[in-house]
Design a protein around this ligand. Structure first.
Ligand SMILES: *Cc1c(COP(=O)(O)O)cnc(C)c1O
Length: 394
């Protein structure tokens, strides 16, 4: 293939476009709601949008630091040239904390074992003590908190760690009226008092992620850890954020079929009337949930049309309807599977709803390994393949 032909292929295939200006706008919108700092949580490849692209766009919107759930992600930020503070939580106790500290990465400490490991491997490391504020997931159980704070203070006096933060996390922030939120807030306030009482002076006190930041100022403290909100997901439904993703693909073929034509694996759908079927070269290997057939809609030739039959590994069938005057779609036309919703196209929230999942799950599953990824905004357009963090042009 000539370079021109390659380029042609590249511009007409399935394409996931990431508009990083949405990320910047979202951070700005969130910053207007809180006096605290914004930590951009760019775990899971920036919620499937691209770690470095989301990180850069978040800084442009006023985020001042990063949060990740593995040291690998922290190093990826450093390798990409980001010098801001990075906090990593969820690290196994035998992680390379020495390497983390040398890279200037702050470490969450959910208990004595982590504290000992950090003190041994990375004397002087900056740590955030992590309190379980009601999830029974990550963080020290409240009954171990006092002891953890005192042990940490002793380690700090001996020069083994510096406790720069205290963190908690709310289980039910997406439901602002849920009683667990009040309990979580009180537990966190207690946790901070205990830390201060033990002689610790944590400058960073953080409880809120996106939903709590948007819906409850009492959770704000000195900083918010924002992940979903970066990419336009607001579970609390209280603020209008902007989605950054658009997935498009060409119609490979359009065919006319008679009434009674079964479609796809398992023949789960049969055409009730003569109709036209369009074939879209995107499927569950690209992150579309297989079960979304017959509930999902896509936009083609300006109208919403239903997905029919089961979604296959790399293709999806759309019922274009019998009437070309209503949906004048032809082979080669671009189908929008989702976008920010500006022109009536579905959004990733619609897709998540159609399969009964969270938008977070839907967006983090997208993209590997076939979708071409294009980043737009901030005066750059770059191309690459998702899942590889690659960008061919910059
Ligand atoms: C993922 C995560 C966040 C970010 O949460 P969002 O709701 O996506 O903003 C914050 N804190 C912790 C501990 C997390 O694991």
């Amino acid at each position: 293939m000539t370079p021109a032909a390659l380029q042609q292929t590249a511009t007409t295939g399935p394409t996931l476009t990431v508009d990083v200006t949405a990320v910047t706008a979202n951070v700005r919108a969130i910053r207007r709601l809180t006096a605290g700092e914004v930590m951009a949580v760019v775990k899971s490849d920036g919620f499937g949008h691209g770690l470095a692209d989301v990180a850069r766009a978040a800084l442009a919107g006023g985020a001042t630091r990063f949060g990740v759930t593995s040291l690998e992600e922290a190093y990826a930020l450093r390798d990409a040239g980001f010098t801001q503070p990075v906090l990593s939580w969820l690290n196994p106790v035998d992680s390379d904390f020495g390497g983390a500290a040398r890279a200037g990465v702050e470490i969450a400490v959910p208990g004595d074992a982590h504290l000992r490991a950090v003190a041994r491997q990375a004397p002087g490391a900056r740590v955030h003590l992590q309190l379980d504020t009601g999830m029974a997931r990550d963080g020290a159980p409240p009954e171990q908190w006092e002891s953890l704070c005192h042990t940490a203070r002793r380690a700090e006096r001996a020069g083994f760690v510096r406790v720069v933060g205290v963190m908690g996390h709310l289980a039910c922030a997406a439901e602002p009226g849920h009683p667990a939120n009040g309990r979580g807030r009180e537990l966190f306030d207690w946790g901070v008092r205990v830390a201060l009482g033990a002689g610790l002076r944590p400058r960073d006190r953080h409880l809120a992620a996106t939903a709590a930041t948007l819906s409850d100022p009492r959770t704000h403290h000195s900083l918010s850890r924002i992940g979903a909100g970066l990419v336009g997901i607001d579970e609390s439904g209280s603020v209008r954020l902007r989605r950054a993703l658009r997935l498009t693909a060409p119609l490979v073929t359009v065919r006319t079929v008679p009434a009674g034509t079964p479609v796809g694996y398992g023949h789960t759908w049969t055409s009730p009337r003569a109709t036209r079927l369009g074939l879209v070269p995107v499927g569950y290997a690209d992150g579309l949930p297989r079960g979304a057939g017959e509930r999902a809609l896509v936009q083609v030739a300006g109208v919403r049309r239903p997905v029919v039959g089961r979604i296959s590994m790399d293709m999806t069938v759309v019922d274009l309807g019998p009437d070309p005057a209503v949906c004048p779609a032809r082979a080669g036309d671009v189908v929008t599977l989702f976008g920010p919703g500006d022109t009536g196209e579905p959004t990733t929230a619609d897709w998540a709803r159609w399969v009964g999942t969270l938008e977070h799950e839907f967006v983090t599953a997208l993209g590997r390994p076939r979708l071409r990824r294009v980043v737009i905004g901030h005066g750059v357009t770059s191309h690459g393949v998702t899942g590889q963090g690659e960008q061919a042009a910059r």
